[in-house]
Design a protein. Structure first.
Length: 108
């Protein structure tokens, strides 16, 4: 015998409006880029990354940049224009030397 309990409908809850949750690199470290060469624009394969401006110790405060729905973003510290390039790997950049490998620096 089945009870005729009131069916519960899930009410639409007000959730914080995050962007698309999919496609995020959960648990992965965010790629770091710098503009040591001083190029006007850097193509990157990730929409979310860190800009450090230049190689340490001349780096600016490491800022997290998120293009969101856009395909480019300008770093407020070093004014580097980052362009999203889907053809690149998530941690890659063009010029390739603009990728900063923290672990490589530590291992050196
Ligand atoms: Zn910067």
């Amino acid at each position: 015998m089945r009870g005729q309990g009131p069916e519960r409908h899930k009410r639409g809850r007000t959730r914080p409006a995050f962007g698309a949750g999919e496609g995020r690199m959960a648990g992965k470290s965010v790629p770091h880029f710098h503009n040591e060469p001083g190029v006007p624009a850097i193509s990157v394969g990730a929409k979310e990354f860190m800009c450090i401006g230049a190689l340490p110790p001349f780096d600016h405060p490491h800022v997290f940049l998120d293009m969101g729905a856009e395909t480019e973003i300008i770093c407020q510290y070093c004014s580097t224009l980052y362009r999203y390039a889907p053809a690149l790997a998530a941690g890659a950049a063009d010029p390739a030397q603009c990728v900063w490998h923290d672990d490589a620096a530590a291992a050196a």
